[in-house]
Design a protein around this ligand. Structure first.
Ligand code: NAP
Length: 326
């Protein structure tokens, strides 16, 4: 089968290659899935460089998440051949087949196609765990979402809107603002360069943001400390800017906000029942038409480089989805 392998760590994808490998055997207790679509996440790119917190031993098959059909399963797993499932196990998704522990899979939403299901998984569970589970989001609250053109950022905008909150989306790339506005339909899009607190204050009528959802970090985080409402939450989601910001502890004290660290995958591992409940809630919202993942491009896996490079060059608005076998 075709699989995208990281043969060595490299800053420029030179250690990554698509090649033929034997189909994996189903591991004991695992489910063998024919992958129909797999989506690219920022950590996939970081893992090719050895820059992600999880550092698999090389060589490894790339790919955090997929959607596909069950080929073989232990009856005790709760899955049967032909079931349409989504999930992943940190690596192994960019291949024609994947053997995955049953608890890393969940049923696809009814009526959803494989590319949308592959695009939804990690981005929406990150957004849901952050905004709803840890953030306690409620209707009419103001949510400020940074990196809004990204997979996680767009999911956070879409989810917040689907739950009746009010959304300000920010982007560091002015050229993406119109596409973000069309896809995420936020109340406002702000180009987050330098100081942007006054714009947030203006849009919210002085209220500022109840939740700031920040996958970018760096200068954007620094300015965000000025954008959180009293009693609000500043959520640390990631560091796509490349800089991990520092904060003086007197700032959250004086302004009365909380800084909340988000680790959506780890949260689901430590609290598996909550993880299942989160997946179910997302599935219900998708089936009700309240949320829809945004896809920038669907590519055959043979064009993997196009997707990885577009992500590295920060060109995307929405997810890249690969179709193996193409
Ligand atoms: N905490 C968690 O549980 C969790 C879970 C999943 C992912 N994450 C993290 O969330 C972040 C986003 O992941 P993703 O898959 O959504 O990535 P993505 O699709 O590539 O989106 C990242 C966005 O960050 C913005 N950005 C700002 N400065 C950037 C820079 N210097 N280089 C690249 N992008 C930059 C870009 O938006 P603009 O161009 O619009 O500014 C870009 O679209 C990553 O750091 C990832 O590790 C965290």
């Amino acid at each position: 089968m075709q699989a995208l392998r990281v043969e060595s760590l490299s800053p420029d994808l030179s250690g990554v290659m698509l090649a033929d490998f034997p189909r994996p055997d189903r591991a004991p207790g695992a489910v063998l899935v024919r992958v129909r679509a797999a989506s690219l996440n920022f950590p996939d790119l970081l893992m090719t460089r050895g820059e992600y917190q999880f550092k698999p031993e090389v060589p490894f098959t790339s790919g955090l998440e997929f959607a596909g059909e069950v080929v073989e399963a232990d009856p005790a797993s709760g899955f049967a051949p032909g079931d349409r499932v989504m999930g992943g196990n940190k690596t192994g998704a960019f291949a024609e087949f994947a053997s995955v522990p049953a608890d890393k899979l969940s049923p696809m939403p009814q009526g959803m196609d494989f590319p949308a299901a592959a695009a939804m998984g990690a981005a929406y569970s990150t957004a849901f765990t952050g905004l709803v589970e840890l953030g306690g989001l409620s209707e009419e609250q103001w949510v400020l979402v940074h990196g809004a053109s990204g997979g996680v950022g767009l999911a956070a905008c879409d989810l917040a809107r689907g739950l009746g909150a009010r959304v300000i989306a920010t982007t560091g790339s002015a050229s993406k603002a119109d596409r973000i506005a069309a896809l995420a339909r936020p109340d406002a899009v702000i180009v987050a360069e330098g100081r942007f607190r006054e714009q947030v204050a203006e849009v919210t009528g002085g209220a500022l943001a109840d939740i700031v959802f920040d996958p970018v970090g760096g200068d954007v985080f620094d300015e965000s400390t000025r954008c959180v409402a009293f009693g609000g939450k500043l959520m640390v989601v990631g560091f796509t800017s490349g800089r991990i910001a520092d904060i003086s502890t007197n700032i959250p004290l004086i302004k009365g906000f909380s800084v909340v660290g988000l680790r959506a995958g780890e949260y689901a591992r430590r609290f598996p029942e909550r993880g299942r409940a989160i997946n179910q809630a997302i599935r219900k919202l998708a089936e009700a038409g309240a949320i829809t993942p945004a896809i920038d491009r669907v590519l055959p896996l043979s064009q993997w480089r196009n997707g990885f490079e577009a992500m590295a060059r920060r060109e995307l608005v929405g997810k890249v989805v690969f179709v193996p076998g193409g």
